[in-house]
Design a protein around this ligand. Structure first.
Ligand code: COA
Length: 416
């Protein structure tokens, strides 16, 4: 069966997380992704956070499925010649080196266009043009520079980074979308183009609602759905809102049965206006229905803390799954706080291919997150990550190198 990106060839010059997350997605959609790694050591994540000696780490294996791997010293003349051939043969080059690294290697955008005018060159960088454009950036730097950290956490605590890798994988997803748009435009122009996704920009895009709130704060000096209201004065910048809902419907994390010993015995509860009557009835507070202080979303805002505390008295008598079942009967939006252990064991995520078990020749079976985007005509089949240089012979012979040429490249350390 054909796949959405069958026939497209990606020169994957990525490492660590942001770039590899992008190219893995393209591979799941059917592109032939050729990962070019440093001869000898490969992507640094192969050996980072190792849980099994000598086996590629989960960090690497979970970001590089469905790819082919070749090793190549691209600072060596013969290595550069191989890279030139690859540039001529591929549709897209994806890279996330430090700023300027590709130019120093001799592959500027101008040079790449000379080699292949149809080439789409897609880059992740920490920052776009400006004062920080030459900086090296990792996940948490992007979360801090993109507005996520200053708006995450509690009012009386320091800025917090989130476990979701919005700077790395988040930027990789933005880059993948840019690549798709450039491939579609190439069909009419016949030309390639540069695609840039800066990590600060991607995080800010995901923090759009906080820039919305900054402007509301500038105009009115107060945001009534924030937990600061009505007791704590607002400052000049959007404050950290704890677990308050980011949207127009108030919400909070509430304790459930077992919270004293289980760090995840909590539920996220949303006091959605259309189901207010059902909420009052379910938790046994019918008297709120006749009370003008609780009659509308606006009149309830100053009472949110006590409303959530009252609902919590009810949720504390039930497990998070019991709360989920009861509230969903009345269409009251809520969600259990699921631990990674619970998610890993969730059968429905296995059934949809969102969590997949893969077999690896060195590490054995491991779990990975499969393709979160489902296409009806392009099903994803997740395969294991490649060993370092596993496809050297295969790729080089496809490029026209003979067995003797390949042996020479190996003996000279150009490949390993
Ligand atoms: N053969 C020979 N040399 C190679 C090579 C190959 N196959 N692949 C990479 N290299 C070289 C590069 O040319 C570079 O050399 P130079 O510094 O002499 O120009 C060198 O390896 C190191 O690359 P660099 O990207 O600087 O790696 P780093 O480990 O020092 O920095 C990052 C890592 C992630 C901080 C940096 O790459 C970066 O800021 N990337 C952009 C933002 C990003 O994606 N961050 C998130 C990562 S998840």
């Amino acid at each position: 069966m054909s796949k959405a990106l069958s026939g497209y060839r990606i020169l994957d010059f990525t490492h660590v997380q942001s770039g590899p997350a992008c190219t893995q997605l393209l591979a799941w959609f059917g592109a032939d992704v050729i990962k070019v790694e440093r001869a000898g050591e490969g992507d640094v994540t192969r050996s980072q956070l190792r849980d099994i000696p000598e086996a590629d780490s989960l960090y690497f294996t979970m970001l590089n499925g469905n790819k082919r791997s070749i090793t190549l010293n691209t600072k060596n003349q013969k290595g550069k010649a191989v890279l030139e051939k690859l540039i001529k043969e591929c549709d897209v080059l994806v890279e996330n080196f430090a700023p300027g690294a590709l130019d120093r290697m001799g592959f500027s955008w101008e040079r790449i266009q000379e080699l292949n005018p149809k080439m789409i060159m897609a880059s992740v960088k920490g920052f776009g043009p400006g004062p920080y454009e030459n900086c090296k950036v990792y996940e948490n730097v992007a979360q801090c520079a993109g507005g996520a950290a200053s708006t995450t956490g509690f009012d009386d605590g320091p800025p917090l980074v989130t476990g979701a890798q919005i700077g790395d994988t988040g930027t990789g997803m933005h880059l993948a979308l840019g690549i798709m748009a450039a491939l579609i435009q190439r069909q009419t122009t016949g030309r390639g183009q540069r695609v840039l996704a800066a990590m600060q920009d991607a995080v800010l895009n995901l923090c759009r609602v906080k820039l919305r709130d900054q402007q509301r704060l500038d105009r009115t000096g107060v945001m009534k759905e924030y937990p600061q209201y009505p007791d704590t004065p607002f400052g000049e910048a959007v404050p950290r809102a704890g677990n308050a809902s980011g949207g127009g419907q108030p919400g909070s994390v509430l304790k459930c049965k077992g919270w004293e010993t289980d760090p995840n015995a909590y539920i996220y509860f949303i006091a959605q206006a259309p189901v207010w009557e059902a909420i009052c009835k379910v938790i046994g507070k019918e008297e709120w229905l006749a009370d003008p202080e609780y009659a509308t979303p606006a009149t309830r805002l100053p009472h949110l803390k006590s409303i959530f505390a009252t609902v919590e008295e009810w949720t504390k008598t039930k497990t998070k799954f019991e709360v989920m079942d009861i509230l969903n009967e009345f269409d009251i939006p809520c969600g259990p706080i699921l631990s990674m252990k619970e998610i890993a064991e969730e059968q429905s995520l296995r059934d949809t291919g969102t969590i997949v078990e893969v077999d690896h020749p060195v590490r054995g079976k491991y779990l990975t997150v499969g393709n979160p985007i489902k296409l009806s005509d392009s099903p994803t089949e997740v395969t294991r990550s490649p060993l370092l240089g596993e496809h050297n012979e295969e790729v080089l012979s496809q490029l026209g190198y003979s067995s003797a040429d390949i042996a020479d490249l190996r003996s000279e350390g150009v490949i390993s």
